[in-house]
Ligand binder design. Structure first.
Ligand SMILES: NC(=O)c1ccc[n+]([C@@H]2O[C@H](COP(=O)([O-])OP(=O)(O)OC[C@H]3O[C@@H](n4cnc5c(N)ncnc54)[C@H](O)[C@@H]3O)[C@@H](O)[C@H]2O)c1
Ligand SMILES: [Zn+2]
Length: 389
């Protein structure tokens, strides 16, 4: 008898459980190495392999790093194998712009016989984390990835996330996967060698998440804004709180793998992504996000009732951190507006942007009035000229 088609078709909804391990350390390869040790779980009778991948710039700025890694491996040799050498990779966007580097990473994993219970431990900026993370996600359909981010941006935002990617067809993040990292270790000491410019960058993402989630957090960042370029004590709780908000959004927000149309964590990013490309990556991601926030905050004031004094506080906070809210390419608005369509395309479906009704109260919107947006951009630029002169 033919099967009843209503029984044959079955749409089964099933949950999959993941564990995301986030830790904060002050010296992960020294005094706090037990934190790393503890996340590297071993089986009863197996001895998993671990392979370290390090951003070249981080290795160059920390001449004793290799020695410290080798000492860690030696101290854990009874429970973890360390096949192959420590692998160095170019830092910054270069590593994401050459797809052949991924093949070389896969060869290294294969050469070391890494399997799905092995650990790929990557120490570096967001770009290196993205590229090594992508290779680890596709090898054997997923080798355990331990991220040790070395920029404020990666510690406050991307390193905690569940995405990885490299660039292809001259498009950012065109190829990649969603993959939950095995663990993320945010180490304070590793930020010491970061340039002043890169150090400030990550805080624009902290401002972003505070505007979406918690007005009080925003006011705390604002109060500490001038201390950030000086790397004073106030920086650390802000990075930690930002990372925790990002983690909470991913794990409790109901859309870890971005299946829905809204992407609130991309507030201010439609223009930021485009500005990065329009400046040939002269603007860092965090700098572009600061400008993107200023634009969407001004637009939110003009269209969605964000109070003027709140919009001013936000821009004042970003400026006090030392983030410049202007760039000559902002005059090329037609090109910039193509960023809206690219933003839509990346996710598919209808355009969905996040705007603000007030600090801590985001809304989803589906249309943009180009004339008003153009005026918002002009106002941001005029404000910078006015405050600088
Ligand atoms: N996966 C995601 O969800 C996600 C989210 C946002 C951004 N990103 C990606 O992250 C990348 C940007 O990452 P980033 O802002 O961390 O910068 P980055 O990785 O480009 O690093 C900036 C520069 O600093 C160097 N560097 C890094 N740490 C250092 C240290 N401690 N000491 C000295 N030099 C150091 C790097 O080698 C590089 O030259 C972009 O490719 C962006 O697309 C990914
Ligand atoms: Zn971002």
């Amino acid at each position: 008898m033919a099967a009843d088609s209503s029984n044959a078709d079955s749409d089964v909804v099933f949950p999959v459980k993941f564990t995301h391990r986030l830790r904060f350390t002050a010296d992960v390869l020294g005094a706090d190495q037990s934190v790393l040790q503890q996340v590297l779980e071993t089986g009863e009778d197996t001895k998993p392999a671990m392979q370290f991948w390090v951003d070249e710039a981080v290795a160059a700025a920390n001449p004793d790093l290799k020695q410290r890694i080798l000492a860690f491996c030696a101290a854990n040799a009874d429970r973890l194998r360390h096949p192959g050498n420590i692998q160095l990779v170019d830092g910054g966007e270069a590593v994401k712009n050459d797809i052949h580097i991924i093949e070389r990473m896969l060869k290294c994993f294969n050469h070391a016989d890494l399997d799905r219970r092995s650990y790929v431990i990557v120490i570096g900026g967001g770009a290196v984390l993205d590229a090594v993370g992508f290779a680890a996600a596709i090898a054997h359909r997923g080798i355990r990835l331990v991220r040790i981010p070395t920029t404020t941006l990666a510690q406050a935002d991307s390193g905690v996330g569940v995405k990885n990617s490299v660039n292809l067809f001259q498009k950012k993040n065109w190829v990649g996967t969603f993959a939950v990292p095995w663990a993320v270790l945010n180490d304070r000491q590793l930020l010491n060698t970061l340039s002043d410019r890169d150090f400030v960058c990550g805080f624009s993402e902290a401002v972003k998440v505070s505007l979406l989630k918690d007005a009080e957090f925003f006011h705390r960042i604002h109060a500490a804004a001038t201390q950030i370029p000086q790397r004073q004590e106030a920086c650390w709780p802000i990075i930690e709180e930002s990372a925790r908000w990002h983690l909470k959004h991913i794990t409790e927000g109901g859309d870890a793998f971005e299946m829905l149309e809204a992407r609130p964590l991309d507030f201010g990013h439609w223009s930021a992504h485009k500005l990065e490309a329009m400046t040939d990556f002269d603007l860092r991601h965090g700098e572009a996000v600061a400008i993107g926030l200023a634009i969407d905050v001004t637009y939110s004031n003009m269209v969605y009732g964000l109070p003027h004094d709140q919009a001013e506080q936000i821009m004042d906070c970003l400026a006090q951190m030392g983030l410049l809210l202007d760039h000559p390419v902002l005059s090329r608005t037609d090109e910039l507006f193509r960023g809206l369509e690219e933003f839509r395309q990346h996710l598919g479906g209808r355009l969905t942007l996040t705007m603000l009704e007030s600090i801590g109260r985001p809304i989803d919107v589906h249309t943009v009035d180009h004339e008003i947006m153009k005026r918002a951009i002009e106002l941001v630029v005029e404000r910078v000229k006015h405050t600088v002169n």
